[in-house]
Design a binder for this molecule. Structure first.
Ligand code: HEM
Ligand SMILES: [Ca+2]
Ligand SMILES: [Ca+2]
Length: 353
């Protein structure tokens, strides 16, 4: 590296540090519980400071994660699918206005709730568990932990409790005062997406192909309704034929729970080998033509060598998948957070203060 080039980079780094310490300062003025420690992963991303960091509640609510985990343990023991539902909630929040808990807001005269968007209606769940976590947090540390952070903590906790990886989670997101029904309809990829579409939806959020493949691995837990995969069974290409990439015996299995009409809400596991365990069977099944959604199978068949090879790699090596999943979850969790004086910490996650 040329000396001149080196000093340019050093300057860029120093000014990034300066900006970061400015934002530390203003946040610490606003919130006494704030710490200066910094450190930990996730603060800097692509040279840009996200404003979030793992120790955010270290002094203001040190027990925050323990409270989240204890509520999750009960909820997931009671209904294992809840882990999947909470993981998905974070995804559907972050892809619309960023990770700002916009998805939790109920309909009012001024708020068009995201809960009634096409991807969310009759589909997203877990709101009661979020409310329960938030109620216990309000008891312990009033108006301190944001709903957006509750959703992020619940997604990580659900992953861990299902047997998946743990990671250092940057915190300090604040809650939106608005929601976007339209954003929810247009930014969340539909299940019959082509691979190109999927890549585009993710890149709009600053996520790349590696993130797409790793985060799709969330489909190692949970279920999908018949209406989300019916087209593959009966008319994938407008020729009244099943998707040719669908393995034959798997096709018959699915057709028995998902008729050509009716039964829209019949459910099928996204990973039929281990639907409550966070592992890498999702990728192994895709390799056998047994991915449930079009968006799952096209990762292998969509004619991108790079993406296909990632599927093979994660199918071969769960450790590599876990490591990348953790990294991509941090990246997804950093999408346009509200920080500093922006947004608020809601008292009730369903409504603005
Ligand atoms: C790549 C694009 C994606 C598409 C097209 C997609 C689509 C879907 C669909 C259609 C369902 C079933 C919904 C229903 O039937 O009501 C589903 C379920 C699920 N998705 Fe995705 N998804 C994608 C990415 C993700 C990501 C990035 C995550 C998390 C980081 C995620 C987590 C989940 C989970 C855990 C479930 C099961 C939920 C439950 O059982 O309640 N998905 N997804
Ligand atoms: Ca949001
Ligand atoms: Ca699994």
């Amino acid at each position: 590296m040329q000396v001149e080039e080196y000093s340019k980079q050093t300057m860029a780094f120093l000014s990034a540090m300066f900006m970061a310490s400015l934002s530390f300062f203003s946040v610490s003025m606003a919130f006494p519980g704030f710490n200066w420690g910094g450190g930990g992963g996730g603060g800097f991303r692509g040279g840009v400071y996200s404003g979030l960091f793992p120790e955010y509640y270290q002094y203001s609510c040190p027990q925050a994660n323990d409270i989240v985990m204890s509520v999750l343990e009960r909820a997931i023991k009671n209904e294992p699918r809840m882990a999947a539902s909470l993981l998905r909630l974070h995804f559907h929040d972050c892809f619309v206005q960023g990770c700002d808990a916009s998805i939790l807001l109920d309909e009012t005269s001024t708020i068009r709730s995201e809960k009634r968007s096409n991807p969310n209606r009759n589909s997203v769940r877990g709101f009661d568990v979020i409310d329960q976590i938030k109620a216990e947090l309000e008891e312990a540390c009033p108006q301190t932990v944001s709903c957006a952070d509750v959703v992020a903590l619940a997604a990580r906790g659900s992953t861990i409790l299902s047997g998946g990886p743990n990671w250092e989670l940057p915190l300090g997101r604040r809650d939106s005062k608005t929601a976007s029904l339209q954003g929810s309809n247009t930014n969340i990829p539909p299940p019959n997406s082509t691979l190109q579409n999927l890549v585009t939806f993710f890149s709009r959020q600053g996520l790349d192909e590696v993130d797409l493949v790793a985060l799709s691995g969330s489909h190692t837990i949970g279920v999908a309704r018949c209406v989300t995969f019916r087209q593959r069974l009966y008319n994938q290409n407008g020729d009244n034929q099943p998707d040719e990439t669908l393995e034959r015996s798997f096709y018959y299995e699915l057709a028995s729970t998902c008729p050509s009409s009716g039964g829209d809400n019949n459910i099928s596991p996204l990973d039929f080998v281990s639907q409550t365990k966070f592992d890498n069977y999702y990728y192994q099944l895709i390799m056998e033509g047994k991915g449930l959604l079009t968006s799952d199978e096209v990762l292998l068949t969509g004619k991108s060598d790079k993406i296909m090879n990632l599927v093979k790699m994660y199918a071969d090596d769960e450790k590599v998948f876990f490591k990348q999943f953790a990294e991509s979850m941090v990246k997804m969790g950093n999408i346009s957070p509200l920080t500093g004086y922006n947004g608020e910490v809601r008292k009730n996650c369903r409504q603005v203060n």
